[in-house]
Design a protein around this ligand. Structure first.
Ligand code: T5A
Length: 210
């Protein structure tokens, strides 16, 4: 039996990691075999690229960044995601292709149509499996940055200014409008437990779990 593929998306610090932990606990309680993974990263090679991509000392241009995201994704998909789905596991992925459109397409390239077409073309060529369900955790940008800012040193993306994340947020909003069946907006305000209940209600409804 083919497994289910679910991704989480959102701007910095919206609480994806926290919500994923709680979703995985609920899946476990339902006896569902799952794999928790993340992007960029998720396979040994993609984790090496993640370290480069997040390192504040890495100096690369926007095209290089975009291509490294896809190099990491290709390996992750082939080595980890597809085999897990074929074994019937549910794959819970922290970020996927929507992050590339939001961060590289809207954050870096201000929603430029040519860059969007380039990203769509890379998805078409290299991404043979999209998530069935994407949970977009939506929180005002400054609230997310405040949550993330409470932690230690900022990575290469977290060092960006609020204007960058405002464009990234717009990217997620545009995507949710384009693909309302796949991308479900989750209100990420309130406590972690409140967000977790909203996530579970959405997943349980979509996959007919009690
Ligand atoms: N990227 C990624 C691209 O540019 N293009 C791409 O194609 C891809 C795939 C990845 C970076 O790479 C970029 C985007 C990212 O910048 P990352 O470390 O995965 O880096 O960064 P994030 O995904 O942003 O992860 P964060 O850990 O920063 O945010 P989360 O996971 O959304 O938030 P979380 O759960 O760690 O929570 C943040 C803090 O808030 C608290 C938590 O305890 C934690 O301290 N918190 C709450 N506080 C109050 N109320 C709640 N409801 C809370 N939920 C969590």
């Amino acid at each position: 039996m083919q497994g289910r593929f679910i991704s989480f998306e959102g701007t910095e610090g919206v609480g994806k990691t926290t919500a994923i932990e709680q979703l995985c606990a609920r899946l476990e309680a339902h006896g569902i075999d799952y794999l928790r993974t993340r992007e960029p990263g998720g396979s040994p090679f993609a984790e090496q690229l993640r370290a480069i991509l997040l390192d504040p000392d890495t100096k690369i241009n926007d095209n290089t960044e975009l291509l490294l995201m896809f190099a990491a994704r290709c390996d992750h998909l082939q080595q980890v995601i597809l085999p897990a789905l074929q074994r019937g596991k549910w794959v819970i992925c922290d970020r996927f292709t929507d992050s590339t459109i939001a961060y590289q397409g809207f954050g870096r390239a201000h929603g430029d149509e040519e860059v969007r077409a380039k990203i769509d073309s890379l998805i078409g060529q290299f991404v043979t499996q999209l998530p069935e369900l994407t949970l977009w955790l939506d929180l005002p940008v400054l609230e997310g940055m405040a949550r993330a800012g409470k932690r230690s040193a900022a990575d290469r993306f977290e060092q960006q200014a609020a204007a960058f994340f405002t464009r990234v947020h717009k990217g997620f909003s545009v995507l949710a409008g384009e693909q309302p069946e796949r991308i479900q907006r989750i209100d990420a305000s309130g406590s972690a437990d409140e967000v977790s209940v909203r996530v579970w209600q959405t997943v349980a409804t979509r996959f007919h779990l009690s």
